[in-house]
Design a protein. Structure first.
Length: 76
């Protein structure tokens, strides 16, 4: 864990960000009291948008939901 003062953090911010990206804990203090922690932001995966495939199914077989022959023995 790296502990720096606010003044040091301002002067070395780019380097501290690199440390946080590598997983290092960086704590920023004021008057020897921890006041902030620098952490790496994990990018969020975009959530799927509903309805974006609308109109892509052009044809569906009449028996698309009929039981499969491979599972016949399990259906008895």
């Amino acid at each position: 864990m790296m502990v720096v003062t606010i003044g040091e953090a301002g002067a070395r911010l780019a380097g501290l960000i690199d440390l946080a990206k590598r997983g290092e804990d960086v704590v920023i203090t004021r008057d020897d009291v921890p006041v902030a922690r620098l952490v790496c932001e994990v990018p969020r995966r975009p959530s799927p948008r509903r309805g974006t495939a609308r109109g892509l199914v052009l044809r569906m077989a009449d028996d698309f939901d009929a039981p499969l022959a491979d599972f016949k023995e399990y259906m008895q």
